[in-house]
Design a protein around this ligand. Structure first.
Ligand SMILES: [Zn+2]
Length: 297
């Protein structure tokens, strides 16, 4: 996008941005629905979240959300057949995202965009921007790790004990998944900064995204290995996140806390990413490092 076009788009009112946000997110949500990446409730969540983030945050915020959404949808359809045979039982939901999943991954990012849009305090805006990036970097890191890690040739190991586990098991990590996770986090920060036009030379946005996204993703795996609710299907004699197994049999509680499903774990992981990113930026700010947290783009 040329600087002039960017500038003219940027100078529009928030109302214009809200309209653009509504336009983009509706378009993407409808395509995602047709491609079976979202169900109907997920479409509602994606439009609400997309419109708020575009309107209250700005272009770089909205484009980062689109990057997260499009890359994770593409990855979740990537080699779907292989994944279905490797780990179908382990996932509580299919590739189609519903409202709870959209809220678990994008809810906190939306919250920070709204705070950013409503406040005038530079400090609060800086923290909101860091929180947004930490939440979205975590969601992106996690999704990439899940979608690509399950294709790993080597067997995953539980993050807590190192015990080998079946592919797709919550809390199981692989080298491939960890690499995917770091790339997902870093690239989110890179694009977020790129879409702000690389305005500041010292801007460590990709670094903040990498650190916070990896921290959030790590926390996700720890929760998955410890407190996430897992069930056991007596018929298939297998572990699953589902309460009703795909074979139709009601499952038995195996471990974890009943309400701690995959969505709750994802939400807490994005919260961890936000806190880490905000803490990092707060600290860097105290050390007077100039951060890319300016402007209303
Ligand atoms: Zn079963």
């Amino acid at each position: 996008m040329s600087q002039r076009l960017y500038g003219s788009l940027n100078s529009r009112s928030r109302g214009m941005r809200l309209l653009w946000g509504l336009f983009f997110s509706s378009g993407i949500a409808v395509i995602a629905y047709r491609r079976r990446s979202l169900d109907k409730s997920g479409v509602v969540g994606a439009i609400a979240s997309g419109t708020s983030i575009f309107g209250m945050g700005g272009w770089s915020w909205g484009l980062s959300l689109i990057y997260f959404f499009v890359s994770s949808s593409l990855l979740s359809h990537f080699r779907q057949g292989d994944k279905a045979s490797a780990a179908a039982d382990k996932f509580s939901k299919g590739a189609r995202r519903d409202l709870a999943q959209a809220a678990a991954n994008g809810g906190l990012a939306t919250f920070f965009a709204i705070i950013y849009g409503l406040t005038r305090s530079p400090r609060t805006r800086r923290l909101a921007q860091a929180g947004f990036m930490g939440a979205l970097a975590t969601a992106n890191a996690d999704t990439w790790a899940t979608e690509l890690g399950v294709l790993s040739a080597s067997q995953p190991r539980l993050i807590t004990t190192g015990r080998p586990v079946a592919p797709g098991t919550s809390g199981g990590i692989t080298l491939l998944g960890t690499a995917a996770s770091s790339l997902g986090a870093y690239s989110l920060g890179f694009f977020f900064r790129a879409w702000q036009g690389f305005r500041t030379s010292l801007a460590p946005a990709p670094l903040v995204a990498l650190i916070s996204g990896m921290a959030g993703s790590f926390f996700d795996s720890v929760l998955g290995a410890t407190v996430q609710a897992m069930y056991y299907c007596p018929l298939c004699e297998t572990e699953t996140e589902r309460r009703i197994h795909r074979c139709g049999t009601p499952t038995q509680p195996l471990r974890g806390i009943a309400w701690m499903n995959n969505d709750a774990v994802n939400f807490l992981a994005t919260a961890c990413g936000s806190v880490v990113a905000m803490a990092y930026c707060q600290r860097a700010n105290l050390l007077s490092i100039h951060l890319p947290i300016t402007g209303s783009r």
